[in-house]
Design a binder for this molecule. Structure first.
Ligand SMILES: C[C@@](CO)(OP(=O)(O)O)[C@H](O)COP(=O)(O)OP(=O)(O)OC[C@H]1O[C@@H](n2ccc(N)nc2=O)[C@H](O)[C@@H]1O
Ligand SMILES: Nc1ncnc2c1ncn2[C@@H]1O[C@H](COP(=O)(O)OP(=O)(O)O)[C@@H](O)[C@H]1O
Length: 311
């Protein structure tokens, strides 16, 4: 049983004040892109996780924990507990999504494991775990996990887990510039709070610009590029100043939009079309402002079971 699951880029990440539980209220516009991890789940004597780079992918696989704290393993245990079975499964993860890169690769693997384990252990004649149940389990694992189940384009409120799909025409063509080393999501949120308090800025209630929804609905890449935004970007740039050069290089090459993806350090560039994306990827790589560049398009569906013929 193999499940394919996409990375995300945040088209808009409005970050509100920190809440009593330590999380921030968000207006998080997620967009799933065609950069996929795959998780294969097979019955086994005990829970086990392996991880490898997908063919041709240059991911820093050593950053993926293989013990019980791997998000896919946590997902398997959660499904097993909910269904009252033992989590006897071997999970083989093939990663193309950058690790700790702001593209929600760990969340993607968790979503894939939720879907795969539900297929393995739920009763098909009387399933306990429908999509709503999986979305609720996903939210227990992490704020970004529900979106990896859903895919497409969606706005996430609350911690980012309360999702509403957003109509998007697409396809939109993207280039992602990966970086050496990841950024810790909690550290970037903490830096965002620190910068705001140092500047005496009180976080406003986050909002989403109306131009964004209009650009998505119309499939207008130029308008979308102008409407992108990320409240975590100043914090990511403070923690990783070299990203400024990467963003400036993309903008100078005519990217319609250039921003840090989520908590970074991956930078996302919106291209006018597939050809422009190929040019951007090639020149950014040649200029040495990224570890690697990867092209992808969005929106794409969320976690999907591959049939045997496709595997
Ligand atoms: C920033 C975003 C943007 O989509 O993604 P990444 O860039 O990490 O992929 C997300 O908000 C990350 O979501 P996710 O990675 O699932 O975070 P979680 O495991 O739920 O939380 C990890 C930590 O991030 C901070 N956090 C997360 C979500 C949120 N709304 N407010 C927060 O302050 C908290 O410090 C929390 O302890
Ligand atoms: N399956 C997994 N893949 C990647 N990272 C994982 C996984 N499970 C747990 N992690 C942990 O989650 C952290 C964040 O990883 P990831 O989801 O790739 O990044 P981000 O939150 O920036 O999008 C990693 O540094 C790693 O310690």
């Amino acid at each position: 049983m193999t499940v394919r699951v996409p990375a995300k880029v945040n088209l808009w990440l409005g970050v509100g004040p920190v809440r009593d539980d330590g999380y921030h209220d968000l207006v998080n516009v997620f967009h799933a892109v065609s950069l996929f991890d795959e998780v294969t789940a097979a019955p086994a004597d005990a829970l086990a996780v392996t991880a490898a780079a997908a063919p041709g992918a240059r991911v820093a696989i050593e950053g993926v924990p293989l013990g019980g704290d791997n998000l896919a393993a946590r997902a398997a245990r959660l499904v097993a507990a909910r269904l009252g079975v033992e989590p006897r499964v071997a999970l083989a993860i093939r990663k193309a999504i950058p690790v700790a890169g702001g593209m929600a690769g760990g969340s993607a693997d968790a979503a894939a494991a939720l879907v795969a384990c539900a297929r393995l252990w739920d009763d098909p004649a009387d399933p306990k775990l429908d999509l709503d149940a999986l979305l609720a389990l996903g939210a227990e694992l992490g704020s970004d996990v529900p979106f990896a189940l859903l895919g497409g384009t969606a706005v996430g409120l609350g911690r980012g887990e309360r999702l509403t799909p957003v109509p998007a025409a697409g396809p939109f063509h993207w280039v992602f510039a990966t970086a050496d080393g990841g950024l810790s999501t909690p550290a970037v949120y903490a830096e965002c709070d620190r910068l705001r308090s140092a500047e005496g800025v009180r976080a406003a209630w986050p909002h989403e610009p109306p131009e964004l929804a209009a650009a998505l609905a119309a499939g207008d890449a130029a308008a979308l590029g102008a409407a992108l935004g990320n409240d975590l970007q100043p914090a990511a740039l403070m923690l990783r100043p070299s990203l400024r050069r990467t963003l400036d290089a993309g903008a100078a090459l005519g990217a319609l939009g250039a921003l840090v993806s989520g908590s970074g350090p991956t930078c996302a560039f919106l291209a006018a079309d597939a050809e422009h994306a190929a040019d951007l990827a090639r020149v950014l790589a040649a200029e040495g402002v990224a570890r690697d560049t990867v092209r992808a398009h969005g929106p794409v569906p969320g976690a999907t079971v591959l049939d045997a013929a496709a595997e």
